[in-house]
Each structure stands twice: as structure tokens, then as C-alpha cells.
Design a protein around this ligand. Structure first.
Ligand SMILES: [Zn+2]
Length: 166
């Protein structure tokens, strides 16, 4: 499928039956919960998801990569930071009625009883990948810089030593 022509609504089972790969970008604007955490709602999410039929009794499988580069607030220094989120979902597609049978298995599942918003699937995966508290790396964080500065010897203490030598 051509990039940029992602369907808004998908039927994962049909996509799996036809072995479809979806690649393109979705706007953060379309994802309410994610947008609430971002400073710039023009940020984009890149997706590359493959749907394929599976050989067991499930309905299919979805796997691929979702990457978003988001502008958020660092919770340490409260300045803007770029948070790169990467999700690599690998989930089986099941119907709600089969959930009980399959839930014990060591695998992630996506309940697909009908058409769903592609942005919802993508948003759920990104929220799972989201750190509880987004922060700059300590070396890149203004709060970290402040801390380092405090740890350095005070240049005026050298003046004090000179004075004592007199
Ligand atoms: Zn910071």
C-alpha cells in the first residue's frame, strides 16, 4: 500500500486473510490520549504493520513497528524534550468469545470483532511503550546540568585560600 494512504478504519481479520502490509504515517492529532501528552500535535507516527494468517486456531497475527518522535515535557527540568517511542507489536488476532481460551497463553492478543480505528491500535501500542515519567538523559537535562554545577568546586573558595596565605 502506498505511504500516506492508510485507511482510517481497518478490519484486521480481513487484512490478515489477504496478507496486507500497512505503511505510512498517522497524525498524533488523531490520537486523543497520546495528544494530551504531547506539546506539538503536528507530530507524526510512522507505522509499518503486517497482517498475516496464522496456522493455529487464532484468526491471524499483526506484527511490525510503530515509531513516534514526540515533543513532551521533561518531568525533571520541565523543558521541552524529544521522546522517541518505538513499539514492536507482535499480537494474535482473536474474537472476544475466544478470549478465555487464549488468554492463558504467553502472547499478546488483539480482540477484533469488527472494524476498528487504525489509530486506536497504534495509540494503544505507543501508550504501552511510553515511559511512566519522560525525562531527558541526565547528561542532556537542564536539571542535571544544574546539579553538576553545584558539585563543582566554588571558584571563590580559591580566592579564600589565597587570602589565607598572606
Ligand atoms: Zn530535562
Amino acid at each position: 500500500m502506498r505511504a500516506g494512504s492508510l485507511p482510517a478504519v481497518v478490519e484486521p481479520i480481513k487484512l490478515a486473510d489477504s496478507g496486507t502490509r500497512l505503511t505510512g504515517q498517522l497524525p498524533v492529532k488523531a490520537m486523543g490520549r497520546l495528544r494530551a501528552l504531547c506539546l506539538d500535535e503536528s507530530d507524526k507516527v510512522s507505522i509499518d504493520l503486517s497482517f498475516e494468517r496464522s496456522s493455529d486456531r487464532t484468526l491471524g497475527r499483526m506484527q511490525g513497528t510503530i515509531v513516534a518522535s514526540l515533543q513532551v515535557v521533561c518531568q525533571r527540568c520541565l523543558e521541552k524534550m524529544t521522546l522517541v517511542l518505538r513499539a514492536e507489536p507482535s499480537v494474535i488476532l482473536i474474537r472476544a468469545q475466544d478470549r478465555e481460551d487464549i488468554i492463558g497463553r504467553d502472547t499478546d492478543s488483539l480482540v477484533v470483532d469488527g472494524p476498528i480505528l487504525l489509530s486506536n491500535i497504534v495509540e494503544d501500542e505507543l501508550l504501552l511503550a511510553m515511559p511512566m515519567v519522560p525525562m531527558h538523559d541526565i547528561d542532556a537535562c537542564l536539571a542535571g546540568e544544574y546539579r553538576h554545577r553545584q558539585e563543582r568546586p566554588n571558584p571563590f573558595s580559591v580566592l579564600g585560600q589565597l587570602k589565607h596565605r598572606d
